[in-house]
Every structure is written in C-alpha cells, then in structure tokens.
Design a protein around this ligand. Structure first.
Ligand SMILES: Cc1cc2nc3c(=O)[nH]c(=O)nc-3n(C[C@H](O)[C@H](O)[C@H](O)COP(=O)(O)OP(=O)(O)OC[C@H]3O[C@@H](n4cnc5c(N)ncnc54)[C@H](O)[C@@H]3O)c2cc1C
Length: 375
C-alpha cells in the first residue's frame, strides 16, 4: 500500500509501540503517557476487541486461596512467594487508584475456599503460619475458617466439609474495568489500533519495524504484552497457553451467593454478578486439550461445571445456564510473570499465570522501570 505524506508523518512512526491491548498493554500505555507526555505511543491489538484473557476473565481481585498459598510457598520458596503476593497487592492498588472503585464496580465481599468432604484438608494446619507470614503485607485478618458459610450461601452441606474465608479479597466488573482503561489511554493521547494483527518484528540499528497484514509501523522501542500469544515472537521462552472455560447462568431469584469462591486449589472458581453466577475452571480435567491458543469449548469441562452447580452450589435452587465462552491465559514453570528486556529495543511483559487482574498493572509498572533503567 502507498501511504500519504500525512499518514507517514502522523500514523506510522512511534516512540513506543505496545503489542496487545489487554490489562498489561493498556496499563503500560497509561504509564508511558504519564512518564513521557511528549512521546508518541500506540497500542496494536489484533482483535476488534481485546482477544486474549483480559475481557474474558472472572473479575476476581484476589491473592488466592489458602490451599493455593500453601502450594505456592512450597513451590517457590518464601522470598519469591512473598514478592509475588506483594506484586499482586500493589498491582490491584494501582488499578483501583487509577480507575476508581466506582468505575470498575470494585466490591470487597471476601474470598471463600470450599473444602469438600472427600478432600484431604491437612493444609489447614498451616493456616496460622501463612497468616503470620503474610501479616506484614496484608494485615491481621487474612484467612479464617468460616463454618457458617456453607449454610449462609446455600451450598450442599452433604458435600462441603468447611469453608476458609480470605478477608482481603474482592471482585470487580471486568468489562467496566477494560472499558475504563481503554478510555484512559485514549484520553492521554495513546492511539489504540484494533483489528491490527502483528505478524513479525524486525529490529534494525535505530528502530524496530512492526509488520502487520497491510502496514508496517516503526518504533524506537517495542513492548510485547501479548501474554499467551508471545511464543510466536519469542519461541524460546518458558510460556504455555492455558485455555479457560467459563459459563454464566440466567438471573436467579434470591441468589445467596455473594463474593468470590474457589475450590480444588483454585482450579474452579465462581462469583455472583447481577443476580447471576459466573462459573469457570476445570482446566485440570483436560490439561492437554486446554493447552492451546485457540478459543473454543470443551464439553467435558462444561458438563463438570454444570454438575457442580447442580449438585453443590445451587443444589436446591432452579437455574439455567445462559451461555459460555473461553479465554486464553499464559503459564510457566514457576508462577512469576515474564518481565524482561529481550534485545536493544524490545521488552516483554507476559505470562501472567491466571492472575492478571491483580498483577497486570504491576507488570506494566515493572516494564516502565526496566525501560528507565536502560535509557
Ligand atoms: C477464563 C479466565 C478467567 C480468569 N479469571 C481471572 C480472575 O478472576 N482474576 C485474575 O486476576 N485473573 C484472571 N484471569 C487471568 C487474567 O485475565 C489475565 O492474567 C490477564 O488478563 C492477562 O492480561 P494481559 O494483558 O497480559 O494478556 P491478554 O489479556 O491476553 O492480552 C494480550 C493481548 O494481545 C493481543 N495479541 C496477541 N497476539 C497479537 C498479535 N500478534 N498482534 C496484535 N495483538 C496481539 C491479544 O489479542 C490480547 O488482547 C482469567 C483468565 C481467563 C482466561
């Protein structure tokens, strides 16, 4: 295509180009615009809407359940474990300060982990130690056993042994959050191009060429915020896609469920929204099938979600599933996000391990810090 003088001077060249308009990319757009108000900044997004995880998730503003924490501590060691919780906490605070609780419908009803009768609950013995470890970061009241919760939320008492409450957790409206983030970027002069799929990136001496289907952009610095889709640019990195299945019920009268809920070390999760339940997870039923960057449904998993609703969560309440969708996350061997400079002019902030609502804004801040350290 032949571009005009005006197109060349105003639309094709940038100081900073961000690939991906998810939470990370949009948050980075805001960070860069605030720090370098005169810079030309654009975000390139392949979908008409953001098409990864950020508009598909469950909107848990969370640090994770007790069983997850026990598992993570063992996996990561104490220092990395605490750093990760601190990043999630800080990230969430940045997001809330940036957009305002009202605009994202942030509500703090707490997080609840359901422990089933058939489950080994030895990890409960570590609750006090985990509370003590997290106290400097999160305060005095973190995890406690809430034996009245099964009845209060109307769960099947024949299936649930007990419930552990996380007092620090909340929920938000993902759609409103992403809308507000996009509007903030635009208001700060960050250009967001949608329907713009990046095929390849060529780094030259003084610039980077970002090749899309019909157009090549130029930039001084490029940031890959493409999460699960990053392997196409960085095939060597430890990063695997993980698809997540989600369903939403039709409105349910007198719904007792209020807050964010999880079980099976966080593999299943549900919450209330507008008198409905959003319920997702079950990736552990078919790890192989769900290790994909393709959107699509998995009937085995959807059947299992339906089964849990019928037998445990809404066992005395008539309900209908309205519709379902999928979203794509990125995972690695450890739970740390991948934030690094990969070459002279290219940075990556990806692999958010299914917790980007909380940590995405912090990943963006860390990318900015990395850029400043190398400028
Ligand atoms: C079903 C589900 C439920 C979840 N629930 C929660 C939750 O409750 N709480 C929580 O904290 N986290 C949750 N997550 C995880 C969270 O949504 C992600 O960690 C977070 O959204 C990642 O943000 P991101 O911006 O890094 O990536 P993404 O949102 O995936 O954004 C990457 C963007 O890059 C774009 N892109 C990719 N390739 C290209 C290309 N070649 N050219 C141009 N653009 C490209 C994609 O279209 C996409 O929009 C969930 C995720 C899923 C899928």
């Amino acid at each position: 295509m032949q571009f005009s003088y005006w197109e060349k001077t105003s639309f094709l060249s940038y100081d900073y180009l961000i690939l991906g308009a998810g939470i990370t990319g949009l948050s980075l757009g805001v960070e860069l615009a605030d720090t370098f108000p005169k810079a030309k900044i654009a975000i390139l997004e392949r979908g008409i809407l953001p098409s990864g995880a950020s508009t598909k998730n469950a909107g848990f503003a969370c640090i994770g359940s007790l069983s997850e924490k026990v598992h993570d501590l063992k996996l990561m060691g104490q220092e990395a474990f605490l750093n990760l919780i601190q990043d999630r906490t800080e990230g969430l605070q940045i997001l809330r300060n940036r957009l305002g609780d009202q605009n994202i419908h942030f509500q703090k009803h707490g997080g609840f982990e359901l422990l089933f009768n058939h489950q080994n609950i030895d990890f409960l013995q570590q609750m006090d130690a985990i509370n003590q470890l997290l106290q400097p970061l999160l305060g005095n009241e973190i995890f406690s056993v809430d034996s009245a919760a099964t009845k209060a939320f109307g769960f099947n008492p024949k299936h649930i042994k007990t419930i552990v409450k996380n007092h620090c957790e909340g929920q938000l409206d993902t759609g409103k959050m992403m809308h507000a983030l996009q509007a903030l970027c635009t208001s700060k002069g960050v250009q967001v191009f949608t329907n713009t799929n990046v095929n390849s990136i060529d780094e030259e001496n003084l610039k980077v060429l970002v090749n899309c289907d019909q157009i090549t952009f130029k930039a001084q610095q490029v940031f890959l915020c493409t999460n699960a889709f990053t392997k196409r640019f960085l095939p060597e990195e430890d990063l695997q896609p993980g698809r997540g299945q989600v369903l939403v019920t039709k409105p349910i009268s007198n719904l007792k469920v209020k807050g964010i809920f999880s079980f099976d070390e966080g593999y299943y999760y549900f919450r209330n929204i507008h008198e409905r339940i959003i319920f997702g997870g079950g990736r552990n039923l078919d790890f192989e099938g769900e290790t994909t960057t393709e959107f699509g449904s998995n009937q085995t998993i959807l059947n299992k979600l339906n089964h849990h609703l019928q037998e445990t969560i809404l066992y005395q309440t008539p309900f209908e599933v309205d519709y379902h969708w999928s979203g794509i996350m990125a995972f690695g061997g450890n739970k740390q996000p991948l934030v690094k400079k990969v070459s002279e002019r290219i940075y990556v902030g990806a692999r958010l391990n299914g917790m980007g609502v909380a940590i995405g804004s912090k990943v963006a801040k860390n990318l900015l810090t990395l850029l400043q350290q190398h400028s």
